[in-house]
Design a protein around this ligand. Structure first.
Ligand code: ACO
Ligand code: KIV
Ligand code: MG
Length: 580
């Protein structure tokens, strides 16, 4: 980067302050939140929101529990002015909600703002002027005294117009570009404004310190806030507010550390919309508190709806990796993550855990209206048996033996790898069905019969092989054993390490069961099969035959042996079948 010598820090360190706030781990209560979506967020949009869009967004903010909402800059445009009038005329400001309006510290702008406020019961009039070194030097070309005077004059006019209106509006002052302002000077200006307003316990004033342009690391911003908090006049009657932007990508951290350092209030927007890189994201700040067990006092429980409305009315997009809200923020594609999540979910169920401790998921996706099925475990070529097994269990109630899951996961991986895409649950089930379920080649079970003779079972299986029908017969200690012996003897099959399990497919209305078989051949290769039927023994035979069919060299073996029964044998079998 060839121009690095063009840069140096643009902020000023505050004089030494009490830094004991650095010992706090996290804010232990929610701040007063103020949404500036409809003002700072709106002024940063390519196409600012229309009246209808602002109304819809406003309703969402009220519904979430915001008690202070900056509804606009009424002097900026007709839409901004009309929006506030609409809220007043349609009685849309609940008694416990205070609307806030922003104005420059200029007389005609302030007067226009007060025109918009007629009839409003609870309002915060927010006045600002820039105080930074750069703005004093380049924009205003005024001395520190002259800049302070702009603030004082603005403060006086707010007081006068409020008195004239017989209103009880509250006031907020922002030394805009605070982060580029010498802290001692910012303090001097804010104290001068407070001397005009003389805030009381009944009518507190808000001093709002913006990182209009973020310039430092969060601990520097927080120490500037600590300095202001510890030195402001009328401190008990001042609500100290912060308004971080995100130029360095640490808007959230600025807000969080500022709260530790003394801030009582946070201005920000949903999903961090706002000028340039945005404002502090209130969703993330609030959810960060929630995840540490502190109630943020705002309702984020239907995040998908929040995202949908936000994207529609602002025409902005929530990034898939946006904390708590992005499409992919709960998704685990990688095998080891999926395995741990699936085990974590089981552990939670089994142990009735009070606290959320599931690996890889910072919060329970359900708490923000997300689902495990669609949002958490997602399958691609990076996935493993844990994730694939979880999907099959969650979506289809299929709980394969552990080793079968592993075998299955390689099929799934291969399909995903070749298609070069994510596989949805239905596609994963399709892979299962094609590879494991009721396989009918080279041997198709057409019927079977089982009879007890003494302490043995005799099994007869009618199979179709090479397009011929053949009745196979065998005996064994159990029913399956009899069938297995019949088939293995006929085709000279040997296997060991038989794995068997079965369970109900409880999601099925016709109460079908599923059975699984794993067989290991002489070369040590294990093949798996599954069978589904309303009858357990039938399901088991299908599973067994699928595993047999999938053994190495079965097709050649069946072809080579070319077994077939006489028509008489088949007729005789059919006459006695259906007795299982
Ligand atoms: C960091 C922030 O987000 S601050 C909020 C920024 N948001 C907006 O500006 C959106 C709404 N603003 C607007 O629509 C317009 O700026 C208006 C209607 C408010 C004012 O419009 P205009 O008067 O035409 O223009 P503009 O805002 O550029 O005014 C510049 C003048 O105001 C002065 N000024 C700017 N801000 C302030 C302030 N906060 N207090 C006092 N004077 C100010 C400038 O020094 C400049 O003075 P000059 O005319 O002597 O050179
Ligand atoms: C008006 C002020 C508070 C502002 O938006 C900023 O400085 O970012
Ligand atoms: Mg701002």
């Amino acid at each position: 980067m060839k121009n690095v010598e063009h840069y140096k820090k643009g902020y000023f360190m505050p004089p030494a302050v009490d830094m004991s706030w650095t010992q706090k781990e996290y804010p232990d209560k929610a701040p007063i939140w103020c949404s500036v979506d409809l003002r700072d967020g709106n002024q940063a949009l390519i196409i600012p929101m229309s009246l209808e869009e602002k109304i819809e967004f406003y309703k969402v903010l009220v519904g979430m529990g915001f008690k202070e909402i900056e509804v606009g800059f009424p002097a900026a445009s007709e839409t901004e002015f009309e929006f506030l009038r609409y809220l007043v005329d349609h009685d849309m400001i609940p008694d416990d909600v205070t609307v806030q309006v922003l104005t420059q510290a200029r007389e005609h702008i302030i007067r226009k703002t007060f025109d918009a406020l007629k009839g409003v019961k609870n309002a915060i009039v927010h006045v600002y002027n820039s105080t930074s070194f750069a703005q004093r030097q380049q924009v205003f070309r005024k001395s520190k005294e002259e800049i302070k005077q702009i603030a004082v004059d603005g403060a006086k006019l707010l007081q006068r117009l409020t008195d004239e209106a017989g209103a009880n509006f509250r006031f907020e002052y922002s030394p805009e570009s605070f982060t580029g302002t010498e802290p001692e000077y910012a303090l001097e200006v804010c104290n001068a404004v407070l001397d005009v307003w003389k805030p009381t316990a009944d009518r507190k004033a808000i001093i709002n310190l913006p990182s209009t342009v973020q310039m430092s690391m969060p601990h520097v911003f927080a120490s500037q806030i600590a300095y202001m908090s510890q030195n402001l006049k009328y401190r008990d009657n001042v609500i100290l507010s912060v308004h971080p932007h995100n130029d360095r990508g640490t808007g959230v951290a600025d807000a969080e550390m500022a709260m530790l350092a003394g801030a009582d209030r946070v201005e920000g927007t949903l999903f961090g919309n706002g000028e340039r890189t945005g404002n502090a994201d209130i969703v993330t700040i609030g959810m960060n508190m929630y995840a540490l067990g502190v109630d943020p006092g705002l309702d984020f429980s239907n995040m998908p709806k929040l995202v949908e409305t936000y994207e529609r009315v602002t025409r902005m997009h929530v990034h898939p990796r946006q904390p708590y809200a992005g499409q992919l923020v709960f998704a685990a594609f990688s095998g080891s993550h999926q395995d741990a999540i699936a085990k974590g979910m089981h552990f939670r169920q089994e142990n009735n855990e009070q606290y959320w401790t599931c690996p890889y998921l910072y919060i329970d996706p359900h708490d923000v209206g997300r689902t495990y099925d669609a949002d958490v475990i997602r399958i691609n070529s990076q996935s493993g048996k844990g994730g694939v097994g979880f999907i099959m269990e969650q979506n289809y109630g299929i709980d394969m033996p552990k080793k079968m899951r592993e075998d299955f996961s390689y099929f799934v991986k291969e399909v995903s790898d070749h298609k070069h895409q994510e596989l949805k649950p239905a596609e994963i089930y399709d892979v299962f069905q094609k590879n494991y379920l009721n396989a009918e080649t080279p041997l198709k079970v057409e019927d079977f019969s089982l009879k007890k003779k003494g302490d043995k079972w005799v099994g007869k299986v009618l199979v179709r092989a090479n397009d011929e029908e053949v009745v196979l017969e065998g005996a064994g200690n159990g029913q399956l054993n009899a069938v297995s012996n019949a088939v293995c003897k006929a085709y000279g099959i040997e296997f060991s390490n038989l794995v068997y399990s079965e369970h109900d497919l409880d999601r099925d209305s016709d109460s079908r069961g599923i059975a699984y078989f794993g067989l290991t051949d002489k070369a040590g290769h294990t093949t798996w099969g599954a069978g589904v039927d309303t009858d357990t023994i039938t399901a088991s035979i299908f599973a067994f035959m699928t595993a047999i069919n999938r053994m190495d060299g079965m097709a050649q073996r069946v072809k080579f042996r070319a077994l077939k029964s006489t028509p008489d044998t088949i007729t005789a079998f059919k006459a006695t079948s259906g007795q299982h």
